[in-house]
Design a binder for this molecule. Structure first.
Ligand code: NAD
Length: 511
């Protein structure tokens, strides 16, 4: 067992975050302390800007998970009975600590994920906003009541926590996505087991420390590292009541099916292929800036990334030239030493090779390669440059597959109707965006696109914490989405209590 704050499990102090050549073995956070996993296999964690290994995450086993579930179950009774306003006080303290450690957390995100410092700050900020929301938990948990539903009978609904919940998260938002889940689950009175992506375990470990410092009782939040085996163990474990999953559609479908088959409540958010539609009347300069940010922000590794742009009725020609010029000016740099980098590397060598293949495949299938991300990139690290493929047709792989990298595909539909039909044929359903000066076009678009988050002159319509992150179709499996009041409903179940108190009893005694 590792116990002090300088152990591998606690990597994330500024000193450790600056280390580029260590290969520290991380521990799990179980019952309020670092516990070495029984696992013998480890997954490498890289500094994506250099390609160097910086840590190793244990690929925990079902037995490792069971320890965490037992710790969570043991803590649940006391935590469930802690008054909601007291639970909220811990969220307020957590908020203060996250603000105090804001830059340290952002640098850790940059180190293990590769995104730019400003993107990492956004990652942490969006997570803090969920903590802000969870601070209002006492209000959010209030039920309904109706006195005298029948003679002498009053009715009241309350929202009760589920027990032990688990969260499984992807690599692309090491701070935000875990914080989509555990602050709200915990504020609702549940205990939680977080299984972060094995590619970015450092931020999750640091968050666990800060939550403990905020005063959360031991066992209420646990972190278990690992990959496929521990995910399947989460789906099967009888002590886990609910699973929140965020990741690719393939794994989301698997977790939803397996978790539901084991009788659990599951919300599973998957991948996406989000289209940005540009009408001929869109303001050219701001639209180009917006398209650049949506396509290449976080090196395209966002489930809300705009990975396809459709220029309607001739809008594509001018847009193509503007985007190409903007690409030429984009600063693609190692983010671990350039705070002014505008785009960083992708997560690992496998992702880079897959993206290089996709560029080649797009070219072979007939798209025009306007800018090639295999060229002019830093030599070390996992870099793919901003890529633009024009004249993409709906039947090409690149038009339908989530590539999850800085590759923008451009289509040229003749009309708005044609464009909407193409969008709706893709099958995912996270986001779709229109740039236009016409209210009529915007209204038709917003009513007809089959996806859950629509942007009108807003490039990335990702909701803030008070709204649910409402993917549709192949982008979401389940009923209640993460965040917002849907998140509160997901982590609680409703109880109706009917009470009969007959006051004739009082009168009978002459009181
Ligand atoms: P991923 O699906 O590979 O991994 C997600 C989680 O599942 C990780 O914790 C991983 O360890 C685990 N996992 C991976 N393969 C597994 C398997 N075969 N069986 C069981 N568990 C497995 O996703 P990723 O590459 O880490 O993240 C990128 C994906 O996440 C993209 O598709 C992106 O669109 C999606 N994403 C979606 C949202 C959303 O809100 N819809 C948000 C962020 C990311």
């Amino acid at each position: 067992m590792s116990a002090s704050t300088n152990t591998p499990g606690t990597t994330g102090t500024p000193a450790a975050a600056n280390t580029s050549t260590t290969d520290q073995r991380l521990a799990n956070w179980v019952g309020g302390r670092w516990v070495d996993a029984a696992a013998t296999d480890f997954a490498p964690v890289h500094n994506a800007s250099t390609g160097q290994r910086i840590a190793a995450a244990p690929l925990s086993t079902a037995a490792d998970l069971d320890k965490a579930v037992q710790a969570a179950a043991a803590a649940h009774r006391g935590w469930r009975d802690t008054p909601a306003p007291e639970r909220a006080q811990i969220m307020f303290r957590l908020k203060q600590l996250l603000e105090a450690h804001f830059d340290e957390l952002a640098r850790l995100v940059t180190l293990e994920n590769g995104k730019t410092l400003s993107e990492a700050r956004g990652d942490v900020r969006r997570g803090i906003e969920v903590v802000d929301f969870a601070c209002g938990i006492a209000h959010l948990l209030k039920g309904e009541s109706l006195p005298q539903v029948a003679e002498h009978i009053d009715g009241q609904t309350t929202r009760e926590p589920l027990g032990v919940c688990a969260g499984i998260t992807p690599f692309n938002f090491p701070a935000m996505v875990p914080m989509w889940m555990f602050p709200l689950a915990i504020a609702c009175g549940n205990c939680f087991v977080l299984k972060p992506s094995e590619k970015v375990p450092l931020t999750a470990n640091r968050l666990a420390e800060l939550v403990a410092e905020a005063g959360l009782p031991a066992g209420v939040l646990n972190v278990v590292h690992g990959g496929r085996a521990v995910v399947d163990a989460i789906c099967d474990h009888p002590g886990i009541a609910a699973i929140s999953f965020v990741g690719s559609t393939r794994v989301a479908r698997h977790v939803y099916t397996r978790g539901c088959a084991a009788g659990k409540r599951v919300q599973a958010a998957g991948g996406a292929k989000n289209v940005m539609l540009v009408m001929p009347d869109a303001e050219p300069e701001s639209t180009c800036r917006a398209v650049m940010g949506a396509a290449y922000g976080c090196a395209g590794q966002r489930c809300m990334a705009g990975s396809m742009v459709m220029g309607v009725g001739g809008a594509a020609e001018a847009l193509n030239e503007r985007i190409a010029r903007a690409i030429d000016n984009l600063k693609v740099l190692p983010t671990d030493r350039h705070d002014d980098a505008e785009m960083g590397p992708v997560i690992d060598g496998q992702a880079r090779d897959r993206l290089f293949d996709a560029i080649e495949q797009g070219r072979r299938q007939g798209a025009t390669l306007v800018r090639d991300g295999r060229e002019n990139i830093p030599r070390e690290g996992f870099f793919v440059g901003p890529t633009l493929l024009d004249h993409v047709r709906p039947e090409m792989d690149i038009a339908n597959t989530e590539l999850f990298g800085p590759i923008l595909a451009m289509q040229r539909p003749a009309t708005l109707d044609d464009a909407i039909a193409r969008i709706n044929a893709i099958g995912y359903g996270n986001g779709a965006v229109i740039f236009t000066a016409s209210g009529g076009a915007a209204r038709q678009f917003a009513r007809e696109v089959q996806c859950g988050m629509v942007g009108v002159n807003v490039p990335v319509p990702a909701p803030m914490a008070m709204f649910a992150f409402s993917g549709w179709n192949q982008s979401f499996f389940g009923d209640l989405h993460v965040q917002g009041t849907e998140g509160v409903r997901f982590y609680t179940r409703q109880r109706l209590t009917l009470s009969r108190w007959d006051d004739s009893y009082v009168r009978k005694h002459g009181w």
